[in-house]
Design a protein around this ligand. Structure first.
Ligand SMILES: Cc1cc2nc3c(=O)[nH]c(=O)nc-3n(C[C@H](O)[C@H](O)[C@H](O)COP(=O)(O)OP(=O)(O)OC[C@H]3O[C@@H](n4cnc5c(N)ncnc54)[C@H](O)[C@@H]3O)c2cc1C
Length: 452
């Protein structure tokens, strides 16, 4: 039996270590934390959510909801901890980030099979009797990134921005109301209405404000995470049709839909901290105070964390990785998480989940060549993501979120032409193909003496 090392105790690494332990194997889980922290990490716990506390929609008819459904079926620690620590957020799954990370920490310890160590890995060498999963994320340390670049060519990158978090008791209740968009679920969001004059003033201030300079910025920001000021630049109404959209929200004081609405989402179940939804920004800290301070509810806001921007690195998955996220140029090395070219908390965790399940079998004796017969079908969202990072033929390989565009459709299940009906047919398709894959996987686990 080969030893297994998982490097990086983030979303992918924590999930990977858990999956390995659930199969009855021991592993080492290494991280530079808590002694050293990357530019975005600050918690001593594993599986840190560095920005939003939202894991997106939990509706299985959305791509993100389908991914969650599949991960739950494969005993994901990230989903289990998220379900146990969720905070009200309408149809989205949002968590109390501190409680979530503590829960992951406790679950990892409860296996008794995971040895945790604080260590920086700085090269790609793996001992012959060991298998290593590198899950060091978009903020991999410079030394390791240099080693990756030496072996695989320049790392790819894009910029990502985080939204500010403010304390609840510093907000002015005279100027906000609680409601969920379209009245879905309970009224979990705190909404700050803007009339037209205020909206235009806010936009002008965003455009004029001091920003932290970033090279190549415009070309390299991930599409789903555009800073608010970039949206403001695009046109007068862009924010109003984007993060500041008022539709589905009625101000109880006027009985009308406001011109625009800035929403705040609860960070913890206790409701002490609120995240400014969609307000990721590269404004300087003082500019953030000034510009967001134009919104009456935020006039005296206390900032628990200002919005920030980071450079996220990833490798060219299709060039570097073979099936199962095995590195083509090395025998015992696998990659998982955002570094492979998936994007998002759950996408990263899903990558850790499937990579670890395959690595456990290889450790138990399954020949690496046999991994191709065990790939998750691309008719599942997890399989589609895994398939994307290893086989995409795009000239401009970009990180990928869960979405219906990468999924393959089995005509035995998906027959409808209309989008809405097709979405309804996707869930049984995913359930069916995942169940077949799981049966095959469990059979192999038995053959190789892994408990399952
Ligand atoms: C600023 C920022 C904001 C983001 N916001 C969101 C968001 O709101 N929603 C969303 O879905 N996704 C977001 N992402 C993207 C992504 O989902 C997260 O980065 C996610 O945490 C990636 O998971 P991971 O496991 O691949 O890496 P991480 O969770 O970052 O885990 C990597 C771990 O590896 C450790 N490490 C790094 N280098 C080494 C080394 N050399 N040796 C040992 N340990 C090492 C780190 O300390 C870290 O604990 C954001 C990313 C960034 C950078």
């Amino acid at each position: 039996m080969k030893k297994i090392k998982v490097v990086g105790a983030g979303l992918a690494g924590a999930e990977a270590a858990w999956q390995i332990a659930r199969l009855g194997l021991g592993c080492e889980l290494l991280d530079i934390k808590p002694g050293q922290m990357t530019a975005a990490h600050s918690s001593i716990y594993p599986a840190e959510l560095v920005c939003s506390n939202s894991l997106k929609s939990d509706d299985p008819q959305t791509a993100s909801g389908l991914l969650k459904r599949e991960m739950r079926q494969l005993d994901s620690i990230i989903m289990s901890a998220a379900d146990a620590t969720r905070v009200p957020a309408g149809s989205a799954l949002a968590v109390d980030r501190e409680a979530f990370a503590r829960r992951v920490d406790a679950l990892l310890d409860s296996t008794g099979l995971i040895r945790r160590r604080e260590q920086e890995i700085a090269d790609l060498d793996v001992a012959a009797d060991c298998l290593m999963i590198l899950a060091t994320g978009p903020l991999t340390t410079d030394k390791l990134m240099a080693a990756m670049a030496r072996e695989w060519g320049d790392m790819l990158y894009f910029f990502d921005a985080a939204a500010p978090i403010v304390s609840a008791d510093s907000l002015d209740p005279e100027h906000y109301f609680f409601a969920s968009r379209y009245g879905k679920g309970s009224a979990d969001y705190l909404n700050c209405p803007l009339d037209r004059d205020l909206y235009l003033k806010f936009r002008a201030a965003l455009l004029a404000a001091d920003k932290v300079p970033v090279r190549d910025f415009d070309r390299k920001v991930f599409q789903d995470c555009q800073p608010l000021e970039i949206l403001a630049e695009r046109g007068e109404d862009t924010m109003r049709f984007g993060p500041l959209k008022p539709v589905g929200l009625i101000d109880p004081r006027t009985g009308e839909v406001p011109y625009a609405v800035l929403q705040l989402r609860r960070e913890q179940s206790s409701g002490e901290m609120y995240n400014l939804v969609g307000c990721q920004t590269r404004l300087t800290f003082s500019a953030q105070r000034e510009v967001f301070g134009l919104i009456p509810a935020l006039r005296e806001a206390e900032y628990l964390r200002f919005g920030v921007m980071h450079r996220n690195h990833y490798i060219h998955g299709p060039k570097v990785l073979a099936v199962g996220n095995k590195v083509r140029s090395r025998e015992n090395l696998f990659l998982a998480g955002q570094i492979t070219g998936v994007e998002g908390y759950l996408e990263s965790a899903a990558s850790g989940l499937i990579t670890a399940r395959l690595v456990a079998l290889v450790a138990a004796g399954l020949p690496v060549d046999c991994l191709s017969s065990l790939t998750l079908p691309p008719t599942t969202m997890m399989g589609a993501l895994a398939n994307y990072v290893t086989t995409s033929d795009s000239k401009d390989f970009q990180p990928m979120n869960a979405n219906f565009g990468i999924l393959c459709y089995d005509p035995d299940f998906v027959t409808a032409r209309r989008k809405r009906e097709r979405r309804e047919q996707v869930m049984p398709m995913s359930d069916h193909h995942l169940a077949i894959w799981r049966d095959k996987y469990l059979k192999l686990c038995q053959d190789y003496g892994l408990c399952s």
